[in-house]
Ligand binder design. Structure first.
Ligand code: FAD
Length: 382
């Protein structure tokens, strides 16, 4: 067994790399199971990486809002943008509030790699076990054993197993007595039941909608996909959907009273892509006639498009989900340090924690904010 590592960081994704960048030179050894670092960063945001958002509040996350707020208060989107600027990266605003890398996601990976180069890095050798005996942690890989003063679990969630995702973080947390809040794929498409099988014919078409899931409203585009429904509004809704029905307004801009006297054909007036109008009119048994000639029961059925109830059969699963919701219970982590309340010297950052952001750059902000808080604690000897 080698000398004692001061800080063992497990995972070289967004949070692990940020941590490696922020702690003092040579203090950490970063372990990464993949053959390269930052695999998810590189493919994120359609290859441009949605780094953060102009508005970042606890309400944009699923998780304990007080915990999230305390962490964000120490490193928010302004701090992140300032840090990136000091490293020569000025993200650009797209889709109103989302900050992306100006050219490509490799820009952020290059910065994180450069800044974390001061630490040692072990690639291609995932950690398989951590135990604590006395004051030291003992870590094992398939090839070697290590001893460390402190361990930070930055191994992410279960989404995209092809990119190295593993349940290691959750298993390790449990072995130290932590509770894992039930995990599920999130920011993911939803599959359909028989009643909506006609959606399949619309595969590839997108339309603007508003989706209500409990008290949450998710607005944006819905994409009809071969396997079900996807697109930004659906991904957002999947963060909150557990079971039961969601309510979709397929006509968010449509005020029926404005059109009731119109002599135009219904399908030509409905603010929906033509094929979508036709499919819904057929499914709802509404004749495509001039609006002022619609029968009253047809008008009623038409209005159901503003409150279309749909009970998803499930999700597209972890292989397609951008994130994993659930994870290490935040009641058992100190929000000022990200240290476990169950085991001194053990820390959790990033997606492995039970904090999951909505679509829009919130998950990277969380990865970076939690890594910052942890780095400050480690630097201060916390
Ligand atoms: C397709 C896609 C697009 C996305 N786009 C965005 C976006 O634009 N904006 C946004 O905010 N979020 C986005 N996300 C979510 C975001 O990528 C994650 O929330 C974020 O990467 C989490 O950071 P992390 O450091 O916790 O985990 P990760 O970045 O997943 O890093 C964890 C690392 O740990 C390694 N690891 C796992 N187990 C072990 C082990 N036992 N030993 C050693 N290493 C291990 C993994 O290989 C991985 O490299 C996207 C996700 C996906 C899948």
């Amino acid at each position: 067994m080698n000398d004692v590592i001061d800080i063992a960081i497990i995972g070289a994704g967004a949070s692990g790399l940020m941590l490696g960048a922020l702690v003092g030179e040579g203090r950490a050894l970063i372990f990464e199971g993949n053959s390269k670092v930052g695999a998810k960063l590189l493919i994120s945001g359609g290859g441009k990486c949605n780094l953060t958002n102009a508005e970042v509040e606890a309400m944009h996350f699923r998780g304990n809002p007080y915990f999230v707020d305390e962490v964000l208060r120490l490193f928010d989107q302004y701090d992140l943008l300032k840090w990136l600027k000091s490293e020569g990266l000025e993200p650009v605003l797209r889709k109103k509030r989302q900050y992306f890398c100006p050219k490509s996601a490799s820009q952020i990976v290059t910065i994180l790699k450069k800044k974390s180069q001061k630490q040692s890095l072990m690639l291609n050798d995932p950690i398989t076990e951590i135990v604590k005996r006395g004051e030291y942690f003992y870590l094992k890989t398939a090839r070697k054993s290590y001893r460390a003063n402190r361990v930070v679990i930055a191994s992410g969630g279960l989404s995209f197993p092809l990119l190295g995702a593993s349940d290691f973080g959750h298993r390790a947390a449990e072995s130290f007595g932590h509770t894992i809040i039930r995990t599920a794929p999130a920011l993911v498409g939803l599959t359909l039941q028989k009643e909506q099988f006609f959606f399949k014919e619309l595969s590839g078409i997108a339309t603007e909608v508003e989706i209500k899931v409990g008290e949450h409203l998710c607005a944006g585009s819905l994409l009809f996909a071969h396997k079900g429904i996807s697109g930004p509004a659906v991904l957002d809704a999947s963060l909150y959907w557990e079971k039961g029905k969601i309510e979709i307004d397929f006509l968010p801009q449509w005020q029926p009273e404005e059109h009731q006297d119109s002599s135009k054909l219904l399908s030509s007036v409905l603010p929906l892509p033509k094929r979508v109008s036709k499919a819904f009119l057929a499914a709802l048994e509404i004749a495509d006639r001039p609006i002022n000639q619609l029968k009253s029961d047809e008008k009623k059925r038409l209005l159901s498009l503003k409150r279309y109830l749909l009970a998803p059969a499930g999700t597209f699963g972890y292989s397609k989900a951008e994130v994993t919701r659930g994870g290490v219970d935040t009641d058992e982590i100190d929000s000022k340090t990200m240290m476990s309340k169950k085991c001194d010297g053990l820390y959790f950052v990033g997606e492995v924690v039970d904090v999951t952001g909505r679509l829009g750059g919130y998950n990277f902000q969380w990865a970076f904010s939690s890594a910052y808080v942890c780095a400050k604690a480690l630097e201060g000897g916390g």
